[in-house]
Design a protein around this ligand. Structure first.
Ligand code: CA
Length: 517
């Protein structure tokens, strides 16, 4: 007989009397902004997402779910390991490769008797480990007719990526061994750049004019060079393919016909108008919103199909269903798309969980929770002991309505990838309910910022040099140091953690030096 690790033996003893192990359905999208989920009630009312909203209605909506590093691969590595990127070895998307031999929650669930499946976007370089079945998109994946890798074998599938991921997820659910609990990770490519919608959803909004965010024309005054010198604006960074002024190359001739029927007349009108300045930015924002939101219609339909299956099969009472994105995203706020920043729209990710019979329907939670907590939550729900090396905390008590009195009130953030893509300077910081203390590091432009979200909800003005904040600053500095020590953050970041080009890339000279504090 194989000896069980000590923590599994302990888990068996502790949870011997526990009821059946719940199934776990983890639906994960890529770059889905909470601003584009109707359950979050954002003022622009950008998208009606009735199926994603069902999870919030049946369970709990987390309003302050944050990520430790707001980009794709690093977030995924954190979900799997329950650890920060300085410990799981995946700090950036540029040159990181996930070490699949390390401890992950799917492996622990598999050892505890779960059937496990990973379907959709993986984006971690190495092959998935800890899964009985996996079918993934290579790299970023394609929206139409995507190549996929099924248990190590390359295949090509016809259709639209979100539908395919849903179909394969449902097929796997149907053929599973019904005597065992399961973990299904159903991970979408959508709504990642370049935001290519399902053809059936082109013009689903009937040429609606989307409300603009208040900060679409942010001039970045009140903040430092990092905010001014990024490369992620709707105005300057979006290219022809992003804006659908050039078609994608993945379409069949029939698909291309449908594509052109929607975009061509609108593009002709755009070219004839010869827009300039703010009018041009406004047009780009409208096109971006059409495409981004249209890709999400298929994601919402997908969630509906999965929920319907779980309900139809009578599994709802014993299944934890979680919907989250790998991070947040800018939908024109500060003139931006993309993510990366410690600032609110990218720091926060949507998080909705239902666990019927356990979580009170319609609960709203405002605690600082994180994707760092997902692995711990799933293990705890399954009655598997949480390894001490994990750095988050199980959300199960919160799901049960028993919020621990000592829940975290501060959170550590660290971003590495520099300079490409998007030229966002590396930074770390501490986030609380009200404040953010941020340190830009790793370039010649090292400096601090402090934001007071209560007085400045859009984070437009650093008050780091305001003497009125001296006490707050000192407290936050102390908390930042405490967190860095507790989380084992190295004092010096190795150059290759910043990405392929390592240190440098910062603008040197007068402008940079002026920013140093
Ligand atoms: Ca992402």
């Amino acid at each position: 007989m194989r000896l069980l690790p000590a923590f599994l033996l302990a888990a068996t003893a502790v949870y011997a009397a526990a009821p059946r192990q719940p199934n776990i359905v983890f639906i994960f999208s890529d770059d889905h902004a909470y601003q584009a989920i109707s359950a979050y009630g954002e003022s622009r009312k950008l998208l009606q997402s009735p199926n994603i909203d069902r999870i919030a209605k049946n369970g709990i909506r987390f309003d302050r779910a944050v990520v430790p590093n707001s980009i794709c691969g690093p977030s995924r590595a954190t979900v799997l390991t329950g650890k920060y990127n300085h410990l799981n070895g995946f700090p950036n998307n540029s040159n990181s490769r996930f070490d699949g031999s390390q401890m992950t929650f799917p492996k622990l669930l598999q050892k505890a008797g779960y059937q496990t499946a990973m379907i959709g976007k993986w984006h971690l370089g190495s092959d998935p480990t800890g899964f009985d079945f996996w079918q993934i998109l290579p790299g970023q994946g394609a929206y139409y007719n995507p190549p996929m890798i099924k248990n190590g074998e390359q295949i090509k599938v016809s259709g639209y990526v979100t539908d395919i991921i849903t179909d394969v997820s449902l097929e796997w659910l149907k053929q599973r061994d019904k005597s065992k609990p399961f973990l299904l990770m159903s991970q979408h490519k959508a709504p990642h750049r370049e935001w290519l919608p399902a053809l059936r959803h082109l013009n689903a909004d009937k040429d609606r004019v989307y409300p603009e965010p208040e900060t679409l024309f942010d001039d970045y005054s009140g903040r430092g060079i990092a905010e001014r010198d990024q490369d992620m604006t709707i105005a300057k960074t979006m290219h022809e393919r992003d804006l659908k002024l050039a078609p994608p190359n993945q379409l069949t001739p029939e698909q291309r016909k449908e594509w052109d029927a929607y975009y061509e007349p609108r593009n002709a009108k755009f070219r004839a108008a010869n827009l300039q300045g703010k009018d041009l930015v406004r047009w780009k924002y409208q096109r971006y919103m059409h495409d981004y939101l249209a890709t999400l219609r298929a994601v919402d339909e997908s969630v509906g199909r999965i929920l319907d299956y779980i309900e139809r099969e009578g599994l709802a009472e014993n299944t934890v269903i979680m919907y989250a994105s790998d991070q947040g995203f800018y939908l024109g706020e500060h003139g931006w798309f993309d993510k990366r920043w410690i600032f609110e729209e990218s720091l926060r990710t949507p998080l909705l969980v239902q666990w019927k019979g356990v979580t009170k329907p319609g609960t709203v939670n405002k605690d600082l929770v994180s994707n760092l907590d997902f692995a711990e939550t799933f293990l705890d729900a399954a009655g598997v002991a949480i390894p001490a090396e994990m750095q988050g905390r199980s959300l199960v008590p919160i799901l049960r309505g028993q919020r621990p009195a000592d829940w975290r009130t501060s959170f550590y953030y660290q971003y590495y990838e520099w300079p490409a893509p998007h030229h966002v300077r590396p930074h770390y910081g501490v986030v609380t309910d009200r404040y953010k203390l941020v340190r830009f590091y790793g370039t010649s432009d090292e400096y601090w910022e402090l934001f007071d979200r209560e007085k400045d909800p859009h984070e437009l003005k650093s008050v780091y040099d305001d003497p009125g904040y001296a006490k707050t600053k000192a407290e936050l500095e102390k908390e930042l140091a405490r967190l860095r020590k507790e989380l084992k953050v190295p004092d010096v970041v190795p150059a290759h953690w910043l990405g392929n080009q390592g240190r440098g890339g910062g603008k040197k000279g007068k402008q940079g030096r002026q920013e140093q504090k």
